[in-house]
Design a protein around this ligand. Sequence first.
Ligand SMILES: [Zn+2]
Length: 181
Amino acid sequence: MSKEFSEARLDVRAFAQAEGQLQGQAPLSAFSRLAQDAAGQDGEVRWQADGELVAQAGGSGHVWLHLQAEAVVPMTCQRCLTTARIPLEVHRSFRFVADEATAEMEDDDSEEDVLALSREFDLLQLIEDELLMELPVVPRHEACPEPVNMQSSDADFVQAGQEKVNPFAVLRGLDVGKKAD
Ligand SMILES: [Zn+2]
């Protein structure tokens, strides 16, 4: 590869033309938005991007970027409330088009992810966006490290169920009252 590419200011078309490859590894703290949602800074992000130019009859070719990213993000397990190291994984391909307007139009119309070409594309921001979308809404250990004491919460649940009044039972009660008159 004769040309050096920068992940923070990537010339996407040149990267595709050169069939470039970039990869990196960074602590979670380097991705501030992702780190903000984490229950600690002890995490890591690894990623790789590959450029591809797909021939197009009568055109300058379709510009593709294939992205793989992996991260481990500490989050609070919603079952046992200790920290769980949540693995995230992204495998995604993006097609780049001339400008934002075309990208928006084509993104709506197709299953593909379409982005606008740039000579200074921030690949790290895209990686972070994609990882953020993978964050679980309810993070949990696959298997919690310590047995969870469910007794108290089970009891609360049963009690709540018993106290809840069934509205139809109330109606039936009124009917019975009327007939008795
Ligand atoms: Zn847990």
